[in-house]
Design a protein around this ligand. Structure first.
Ligand SMILES: *Cc1c(COP(=O)(O)O)cnc(C)c1O
Length: 354
């Protein structure tokens, strides 16, 4: 730490991302990435975009937005694109969590909410999940804070129903409710349908988990035109070109090939459900997942031990050194072949101990 660091940041703890090892070194199931290759036309659109990368990117993301509307039903002044959805969440903290309005979120949820709150010097109200790791939605009524909910939640994979979200919106009419839909594609549902009824709803999403673009960084916000214009103002006060031209081109082509991605998403869900059954047979308690990962703990063997044994076998998963969940393992869903390798390894690990 230098002596110049702003005092308010001296105790800031940065977000700790999952390990990013050398390509091919591990079966990488630690950051919920998409396990399939891009649609074929993506290669061509990326190399075409390179021809024009001497020019600044399109500030309005016009083409991307048109294709986005085809798939998600919203475009125009209701949508803002961002450099991954972390960028979108940061914009929400900057724009809607001032001195007199803190942020509220679960104790076990996406780690970045707490980091952004600290970075922006925003008051945090942390609301524990219940005993079965579910959000008790009534805990969120009338908080007078900006609310952040990952739905499905990470790392639990549980989803609140749209009715429950609706009740949260009704009971917070004068506050923004941010629903982070990073994993929504794997749940078969979205709360986009609530947008016409509630002017305090902000939906954040990403192309990282369900569209194979984690490395290209593309996130989005869907909300009312008024809220979007506030966010846009802040975005233009930081980095108007936050979505680069290569990413815009690739994102557009990805959306044009939506059928391919939907097929992959369905495949991932099937693999997830089958993998979960196999885990149960091996003595794991598995939380039924609506996302592209499972969160599970073994009924007798420590999470840390299993994590390390898998790593020795070149399989990388995620574990959190955090109260309440330190026995749990979060395993991203890869291809069926990859998950079979994981099951075989786990059978060896938990079978070898007895
Ligand atoms: C992965 C993730 C994000 C961020 O993804 P980006 O790659 O920044 O788009 C946001 N929210 C949740 C809950 C996530 O798991």
């Amino acid at each position: 730490m230098s002596r110049f660091l702003d005092k308010r940041l001296s105790s800031l703890k940065a977000y700790i991302p999952g390990e990013q090892p050398k390509l091919g070194e591990f079966i990488k199931l630690n950051t919920n990435e998409f396990p399939y290759p891009p649609a074929k036309c993506v290669f061509e659109s990326a190399s075409k975009a390179v021809e024009n990368m001497n020019l600044y990117s399109d500030l309005t993301c016009k083409e991307l937005k048109e294709r986005f509307k085809d798939v998600f039903g919203y475009g125009g002044n209701n949508v803002i694109f961002t450099n991954g959805s972390d960028d979108a969440l940061y914009l929400c903290f900057l724009t809607f969590c001032g001195e007199d309005c803190g942020a509220a979120f679960a104790d076990i949820t996406y780690g970045f909410y707490s980091v952004y709150a600290d970075l922006c010097c925003v008051d945090k109200q942390i609301i524990p999940l219940n005993d079965v790791f579910a959000i008790n939605h009534a805990d969120y009524f009338g908080l007078n804070k900006t609310i952040f909910i990952a739905n499905p939640n990470a790392p639990t994979g549980k989803r609140l129903s749209n009715n429950q979200i609706e009740e949260i919106l009704i009971n917070n009419r004068d506050n923004i409710v941010v629903i982070d839909e990073a994993y929504t594609a794997f749940s078969g549902e979205s709360c986009v349908e609530l947008l016409p009824k509630y002017d305090n709803l902000v939906i954040v999403g990403t192309f990282s988990k369900s569209r194979g673009m984690a490395g290209a960084r593309l996130g989005y916000i869907i909300t009312s035109e008024d809220i979007a214009s506030d966010l846009e103002k802040v975005k233009f006060s930081i980095n108007p070109y936050n979505v680069n031209s290569l990413t815009q081109a690739v994102g557009t082509t990805v959306l044009e090939n939506n059928d391919y991605y939907v097929e992959c998403i369905n495949e991932i869900c099937k693999t997830r459900d089958k993998f979960s059954e196999e885990l149960v047979k091996l003595g794991f308690d598995v939380i039924p997942s609506k996302a592209n990962f499972v969160f599970a703990k073994h009924n007798s063997i420590s999470g840390k031990y299993i994590f390390e044994e898998l790593k020795k076998r070149k399989i990388l998963i995620r574990r959190f050194d955090k109260e309440r969940i330190d026995e749990y393992l979060r395993i991203s869903i890869g291809t069926p072949e990859q998950m079979q390798i994981v099951i075989n390894a786990l059978a060896e690990i938990v079978g070898g101990i007895k």
